[in-house]
Design a protein around this ligand. Structure first.
Ligand SMILES: Cc1cc2nc3c(=O)[nH]c(=O)nc-3n(C[C@H](O)[C@H](O)[C@H](O)COP(=O)(O)OP(=O)(O)OC[C@H]3O[C@@H](n4cnc5c(N)ncnc54)[C@H](O)[C@@H]3O)c2cc1C
Length: 595
């Protein structure tokens, strides 16, 4: 199969015609990010990911990272590619200029992240976690910590990790037991074991900066008693050079279903009681600090779903055009399978849902930019609310679609899809983890209905629904927009009704709310997806009416939007009944009688 080619035109369309990235790039802070620069970055990103990272994807799958005596070796070619990645400045693309970054908005960083993830999921996780660590230290670190760590993390000479999970603390982070003890010099001694730590040990970077959650001796129970520590693999000397090796080791690597190239480490901290850590943020406020990292990583994981949907689509499309099987019902000739209605259905489903969820993720990134940098506090607040709301959608809808779409793509390959050589099985295997880590999708749905819907008394989700309704009313009354208008209106009304019902259950029975959380996340995601697809279609129609010559591409945007409204939205409308059914049947069978 051909290697991945980044969909630069699609990305440009999503940025400009769907999410209106100019709202971000017109801010003074981002004034250098004009159309030419955006185009150049996307084209260069496409070249790098297509030429350097994508060819290593299969190599990583077949040659997993290995560990020997605590030394981890990544797959052949990864280290050299990482060096190139850093030398080309991709690592610090959105980081602060003060620390050597390029200071570009997240709305432009995300398409590059998507390209890296499509090209090579396993590789992408190292820079992804480094980027989250940069954010956390940048936002919560002291000046000294920023000066010590940020430049090297931004350049990629050092990488970052995120250490929450322990054998007894997965979704319930508050159950973690790792300990921290304050020393007379202000540093802390860290002791404990962390599991599943992505890129916890490797040879691609000179130093690894672990961000580790641990508990102080008298800390309160649960998440209110957790603190966050910077724990470097090599302690940094006063002059910034690398000092002695810290007391931490990679004990073992996990054997996984997918992302074989990414080392997933069991890390042991303080076996010799000498593991030094430095508090970041305040004592017992570590979860808040960690959330800066997690929110960034959640968007990146959702983007990984977009990325793998895209890769699966490219592979399935090529195969569908090559594989001759059966007779076309239209021409009555032997034909490639792309002529068959069901193969068309699968391709259109992958294509339209990928476009929709890409738009959600990019809007999420744009909202983060405007929340942080818009000079008008009211506008910034609006986007803060929108970013809060969209993060679980990007993460869960993105990652679920990554799995569903790579499965559909495998179906298009028929038997060959199940055979490893075609590579589509790898995409499916790699996609599966995204629904699990960074907070399972079940946890994302609980976050949406339990917390995000009620922020500021529901002001933000109501504003979003109002915005969609106002937009829908103004859609043209043409045949082209008829189904879009009808079904967007239906799903928005239904999503609003379901949200009100879920909120009404907060005080009645919270398990009723939670029972409806996963289908509701799908419903809200589909409503927002349909809205953004409609925006793209409207922009495409306006451009065509104004004489834009890119006829095929723009008409294609209207068609995928119509397809999404006609074929995807109706499957979700039926969820309303399930969302509002409550938990009765969930608990009707006693847990001892399930067998
Ligand atoms: C390849 C890989 C890489 C990873 N990388 C990292 C990393 O770099 N750093 C890190 O800290 N962790 C990492 N993780 C850990 C990952 O984040 C956890 O696996 C994940 O959060 C789920 O925790 P768990 O495995 O303990 O599952 P559990 O928490 O045991 O959950 C099992 C099931 O129960 C559900 N569940 C649990 N609690 C609730 C609840 N209260 N309400 C409703 N449903 C619930 C879950 O949704 C899930 O379906 C990684 C894991 C893997 C497999």
């Amino acid at each position: 199969m051909s290697d991945y080619q980044a969909p630069v035109k699609e990305m440009n369309f999503t940025l400009n015609d769907v999410i209106d990235v100019k709202e971000v790039t017109s801010l003074e802070k981002f004034q250098d990010a004009d159309d030419d620069l955006i185009e150049a970055i996307l084209i260069e990103g496409a070249k790098f990911t297509g030429d350097v990272l994508s060819p290593l994807n299969r190599i990583g799958d077949l040659n997993p990272s290995t560990v020997s005596d605590g030394v981890v070796t990544t797959p052949p070619g990864f280290k050299e590619a990482y060096q190139q990645y850093c030398e080309n400045g991709w690592n610090g693309i959105t980081a602060n200029i003060e620390y050597g970054g390029q200071g570009l908005p997240h709305a432009l960083g995300l398409p590059i992240t998507e390209m890296v993830e499509s090209a090579n999921s396993s590789f992408s996780l190292c820079p992804m976690l480094t980027s989250s660590a940069i954010l956390a230290i940048g936002k919560h670190g002291t000046e000294e910590q920023k000066n010590t760590y940020l430049e090297k993390l931004v350049s990629g000479v050092w990488s970052g990790t995120m250490n929450l999970t322990e054998p007894n603390a997965g979704s319930d982070v508050g159950a973690l037991r790792s300990k921290a003890q304050k020393q007379s010099d202000g540093s802390y001694l860290i002791k404990g074991q962390k599991i599943y730590i992505t890129y916890g040990e490797h040879e691609m970077a000179e130093n690894i900066i672990h961000l580790v959650l641990a508990r102080l001796p008298d800390a309160p129970e649960g998440t209110r008693g957790i603190s966050l520590f910077i724990v470097p693999k090599y302690i940094i000397n006063d002059d910034g050079s690398l000092g002695k090796r810290n007391d931490l080791t990679c004990v073992s690597l996990e054997h996984k279903m997918g992302i074989h190239g990414s080392p997933t480490c069991t890390m042991s901290y303080g076996d010799n009681n000498q593991c030094v850590g430095y508090l970041i943020g305040e004592e017992n406020k570590g979860m808040m600090t960690m959330f800066t990292m997690m929110n960034d990583a959640r968007l990146a994981v959702g983007s990984q779903g977009v990325a793998l949907s895209e890769r699966a689509y490219q592979m399935a499309l090529e195969y569908a055009n090559e594989r001759v099987q059966g007779m076309s019902l239209k021409t009555r000739n032997q034909s490639p399978i792309i002529e068959h209605p069901d193969v068309r259905r699968m391709l259109m489903t992958i294509k339209s849902t990928t476009e929709a969820v890409r738009a959600i993720a990019y809007l999420n990134a744009k909202s983060i930019d405007l929340a942080q940098h818009h000079p008008d506090e009211k506008t910034a607040e609006k986007y803060r609310g929108l970013a809060d709301l969209l993060t679980p959608l990007s993460k869960a809808y993105g990652s679920d679609l990554g799995i569903e779409n790579s499965s559909l793509a495998m179906q298009i390959f028929g038997g060959m899809g199940y055979i490893e050589e075609t590579g589509i099985a790898q995409v499916y295997r790699d996609a599966r983890i995204n629904a699990i880590y960074e907070g399972t999708n079940g946890i994302q749905a609980m976050d949406l209905v339990g917390r995000k819907l009620s922020i500021d008394n529901g002001k933000h989700w109501r504003a979003l629904h109002d915005e969609i309704s106002n937009f829908t009313e103004k859609l043209p009354e043409t045949i082209e927009f008829a189904v879009i208008k009808k079904n967007l209106s239906k799903i928005t009304a239904m999503s609003k009704e379901c949200a009100e019902w879920l909120l009404s259950q907060h005080n009645e029975s919270i398990t009723n709310t939670m029972a409806g959380s996963v289908p509701y996340l799908r419903m809200l995601s589909t409503a927002v997806g349909c809205y953004l697809m409609a925006k793209g279609a409207l922009s495409a129609r306006n451009r065509l009416d104004n004489g834009d010559s890119d006829k095929e591409f723009l008409e294609g945007k209207i068609i995928t939007s119509r397809y999404y409204a006609e074929q995807i939205v109706p499957t979700v409308l039926g969820l309303a009944e399930a969302i509002k059914a409550g938990d009765e049947l969930f608990y009707a069978i006693d847990k001892n009688n399930f067998a």
